[in-house]
Design a binder for this molecule. Structure first.
Ligand code: 3HC
Ligand code: NAI
Length: 706
């Protein structure tokens, strides 16, 4: 690790004939205007100073440079531009060495590629992750990376956005040498001295030819990448531009290639996808900073417990085991416990089959798993997640039992989907230790964790929930208590919008198509079939007594469930799954059932086009989300965005429903709702917050920083 420089964003220090430039812009040395200016000035000074023989670039703190300053995107550009800084480094008449440790990402790697020699330390992470922000490497990366690593490797890095290790970077030709130490300055100085001793001259990446010498191979790699992007990019803008830029690296002289890259970069920068993806980047970092995480320290988290070994209990146990923690699972009896353990093992066996885990990995995890049928086994647990049946009486009995056995200070969490955390907490003598931890299915895979804060949850209980999320590598979102919290509450409403459209004339297949065309990986009826129609059916039956009688209740899904058509697992649901197929095909019998239901309800079907389906689905989502924000169930609009990105696969390049609403314009969304209201006035009630913001010309984003 290099020392932090004593002053300035870029500090200059002389080590004999070597001018060391230390980039020092906490927390990650992003290339802000100050850093760019500092680098440009220092490189110029090095040219003018006859006593400087070589320049060494290092980063202060934990990273070399994590990239362009993402906060500057969308603001007026400030000189010098990053490509100019890179070009000035490359043009230096004196050798420039970059010593890389920690993150060397995006513009950070582009600076390094413009240097003449590169050395990397263990643990360095090199990558061009711009694609994740809707961009392409815009400071020469698309031209220099292929010249060093070849078209195939450069495209792989740029299209995946993944980080390569120092060792991989060496094998790809992105760096020249590895160091085994921990001091970037020392490693860089030693390398620079060695180069000077050898009389090494500047060696410019722009002049490198070997990696692209086999033009046919490079063209084949570009063609293959283009075919893959066309098949998989689901409407994303920047991947195709990345390929165009690499094509330019192959076809055009270096300076022309840079101009092509610049033009493509600016197109990406201006795209709404870039704005959506950058919003998502910051939003998901913000949600982790709930007020309780500032106000209190998390309690210890060494030993964990799970009550219930069903779908969720088993998935949660796997998530905990994967994080290296010991887990006790409690079930009702030996048979249920055996099933619970089998569910856990099944996950690992499948991973072994796919080659993503070995037998030793499974054994190591299972060694930390213990099953029990007595609550006494939870006496040592620091945190216990309850995942039993969704029934208030069962849950309160479990919490009363946990209250008897859990040690003082243990955090007691419920994974309930809808039930009132405060009532569950009231079953104990320690409601301050109780909160909701709402995982999404499959719990070992889905990233979202709603941390549900009850009326009496203590701040350190809540902070412990956030700490658990961090340990499990989940994305936590703070939620208040209400029926369904953030994600399920809003889901119920826009699913209802879909049901209404279906009864009014849209087929489930049209609705799924429209939702996929918006960018979701699957539509709502495909999701029902995947999760199992019986789950929603049970919920509907449970809630039948409390349903608002003024709301239209569409019975189509019930008709399918009554026939035992629960989706994929039963071979048919809204779709047919012949012979265990994983993708469904439309079912004429389902369409006939829908027709019969329309007749029963006295509805004459009408046509819906894709645009109207999308408008209704999203307007319903945004409207209920506005209620969730106004009631304080979500702290800010961005919390809703993150919940939807990670809970339900809302297309990330659209930033989340609230960001999307701002982009469309809140007056437009409000006008849609008012247009739909006459048909179903009980369903389409404009949310007061939406009205207030739309009529005062404000945005949801204005509430993110309040
Ligand atoms: N610009 C501005 N701020 C940044 C940043 C960047 N490039 N990268 C990270 N930050 C901020 C984060 O917002 C966060 O701020 P906060 O504390 O106020 O919330 C802080 O730095 C720490 O970030 P993380 O919480 O993510 O810290 P980690 O240690 O977990 O991860 C990292 C560090 C791997 C560097 C990760 O932050 C990351 O992946 N950053 C983005 C890297 C990236 O996308 N670079 C490309 C930028 S685009 C570009 O370079 C365009 C060029 O081609 C022209
Ligand atoms: P499940 O029916 O698959 O599993 C429940 C398990 O709890 C069963 O194995 C049962 O034997 C066990 N159990 C019941 N009473 C018990 C007791 N007193 N002590 C110990 N074990 C007991 O149910 P599932 O789907 O896992 O749901 C569990 C909870 O998670 C519910 O509250 C549900 O609402 C919630 N949830 C479910 C999601 C899903 O997609 N299935 C998603 C998020 C939350």
């Amino acid at each position: 690790m290099a020392e932090r420089a004593p002053h300035g964003a870029v500090a200059s220090q002389r080590h004999d004939g070597i001018l060391v430039l230390t980039i020092d812009n906490p927390p990650v040395n992003a290339l802000s205007a100050d850093v760019r200016r500092g680098l440009a000035d220092a490189i110029q000074a090095a040219q003018d100073d006859a006593s400087v023989q070589a320049v060494l670039l290092v980063g202060a703190g934990r990273n070399f440079i994590a990239g362009a300053d993402i906060r500057e995107f969308g603001k007026p550009p400030q000189p010098p531009a990053l490509p100019d800084v890179c070009n000035a480094i490359e043009a230096s008449a004196k050798p420039v060495v970059a010593a890389l440790h920690g993150a060397a990402l995006g513009g950070g790697l582009e600076i390094a590629l413009a240097a003449h020699y590169r050395i990397a330390l263990p643990g360095a992470r090199l990558g061009l992750p711009e694609v994740n922000l809707g961009l392409l490497p815009g400071a020469g990366g698309t031209q220099r990376a292929p010249r060093l690593a070849g078209a195939a490797a450069a495209l792989d890095l740029m299209l995946s956005g993944r980080h390569a290790s120092a060792e991989e970077a060496l094998s790809l030709g992105l760096v020249d040498r590895l160091d085994s130490g921990a001091d970037a300055l020392a490693a860089g100085l030693a390398y620079a001295r060695e180069l000077l001793a050898q009389g090494a001259a500047p060696r410019r990446t722009r002049d490198a030819t070997a990696a692209l010498a086999d033009r046919a191979a490079a063209q084949a790699a570009i063609d293959a990448a283009r075919a893959q992007v066309e098949a998989r990019a689901r409407g994303l803008f920047s991947p195709a531009k990345i390929i165009d830029a690499v094509q330019a690296a192959l076809d055009q002289p270096f300076d022309a290639g840079l101009r092509t890259e610049r033009a493509l970069f600016l197109q990406c920068l201006d795209s709404p996808q870039r704005a959506g993806l950058v919003h998502a980047f910051f939003a998901e970092r913000e949600t982790a900073k709930a007020p309780e995480t500032r106000a209190a320290q998390p309690r210890p988290l060494e030993r964990l417990g799970v009550v219930g070994g069903g779908t969720m209990g088993a998935g949660i146990a796997v998530a905990m085991l994967d994080a290296g923690l010991p887990v006790v699972m409690v079930e009702q009896d030996d048979a249920a416990l055996a099933r619970g353990r089998a569910r856990v093992e099944q996950v690992y066996d499948l991973l072994i089959k796919k080659g993503r885990l070995d037998a030793a990995g499974k054994a190591e995890r299972m060694a930390r798993y213990r099953g029990a049928t007595s609550y006494d086994a939870l006496a040592d647990a620091d945190l216990i997640v309850e995942a039993v049946f969704e029934d208030m009486d069962v849950k309160t009995a479990v919490f009363a039992a946990l209250d008897r056995v859990a040690k003082p200070g243990a955090v007691l969490a419920s994974n309930t989907s809808y039930l009132d955390i405060d009532r569950i907490a009231a079953a104990t003598r320690r409601p301050a230790d109780v909160l909701g931890l709402h995982f999404f299915s499959p719990a070992n895979i889905m990233k979202l964790l709603e941390v549900v804060v009850g009326g009496r949850s203590a701040p350190d209980t809540v902070a412990t929930g956030f700490e658990l999320a961090r340990r499990l590598r989940k994305v936590p979102v703070r939620a208040g208590v209400c029926d369904g919290f953030i994600a399920n509450r809003i889901l119920a409403v826009h699913r209802q919008a879909a049901e209404l459209m279906m009864e009014d004339g849209a087929s489930p297949y049209q609705i799924d198509d429209a939702v996929r065309a918006f960018g979701y990986p699957m539509g709502p009826y495909q999701m029902t079939d995947l999760a199992g129609g019986d789950i929603g059916w049970a919920t509907r039956k449970r809630r039948a007594a409390t349903r608002d009688p003024q709301l239209r209740y569409v019975q189509i899904a019930d008709r399918l469930c009554e026939r035992g058509w629960f989706g994929q697992k039963t071979g048919r649901g809204f779709y047919l799954y012949p012979d265990g197929a994983r993708t469904g095909t439309p079912d004429p019998e389902v369409l006939a059932i829908i027709d019969a239901e329309r007749q029963r309800a006295g509805i004459t079907p009408r046509a819906f086009d894709q645009e109207e389906i999308q408008r209704r689905y999203l307007a319903a989502m945004i409207n209920e989300a506005a209620n969730v924000v106004r009631e304080g169930i979500a702290l800010r609009p961005l919390d809703v965005d993150v919940a939807f990105l990670y809970g339900y696969g809302f297309p990330r390049h659209r930033g989340g429903p609230m960001h999307y609403a701002d982009q469309v314009g809140l007056p437009r969304i409000l006008a849609d709702i008012r247009e739909f209201a006459p048909q179903d006035p009980h369903f389409w009630k404009p949310a007061p917050l939406l009205v207030e913001l739309a009529e005062s010309g404000r945005t949801f984003a204005s509430l993110n920083h309040a």
